[in-house]
Design a protein around this ligand. Structure first.
Ligand code: HEC
Length: 136
């Protein structure tokens, strides 16, 4: 009796934690177009909404740039003065051309769209990331 009770508790805990692990969503619904663009461009290999992977979680990105108007794009040369751009354009440039040093000195983000062919999707992803509300 006791043993099966413990087993049941353990089993339910495992189900619970597996659910928590699989659940990695922002506090608002992700539009289907954003979800499919993130998958198609492979961003989710390195980014979670709330989980930090190789790259920062997008919740942390939203929190960091909330209320900022500009972004200084430094690319891979973190000691350069960089190029000061409007926030969305700056983040789109970072994602498209790659760069490092904003979150982690050692892990760069490789260029995801050097030719700019996916500028529209990447811009929509950035706008959505920036709309993610603070975590309650
Ligand atoms: C191979 C792993 C990888 C992939 C794929 C990737 N990223 Fe990143 N991303 C990173 C890393 C690492 C950083 C942190 C770079 C830094 O510290 O400056 C980052 C940073 C970012 C940032 C914050 C930029 C900043 O300067 O604050 C955003 C936004 C972002 N990525 C969005 C995306 C989007 C959208 C995609 C898909 C088009 C994508 N990433 C694909 C690894 C990746």
């Amino acid at each position: 009796m006791v043993k099966s009770g413990i087993t049941a508790v353990l089993a339910s805990m495992m189900v619970f934690s597996a659910t928590v692990y699989a659940e990695d969503t922002p506090g608002i619904a992700i539009p289907p177009a954003i979800q499919s663009a993130v998958k198609a461009l492979g961003c989710d290999a390195c980014h979670g909404w709330e989980r930090t992977k190789f790259g920062p979680s997008w919740q942390n990105v939203a929190d960091r740039y909330r209320n900022q108007a500009t972004y200084t794009y430094k690319g891979f040369n973190i000691n350069s003065a960089g190029e000061k751009l409007p926030l969305v354009a700056g983040l789109v440039t970072k994602i498209s051309k790659g760069g490092k040093g904003e979150w982690n000195e050692y892990i760069p983000m490789a260029p995801n769209d050097p030719s700019g062919i996916h500028a529209k999707e990447i811009t929509s992803i950035v706008n959505f990331i920036l709309s993610v509300p603070p975590k309650k």
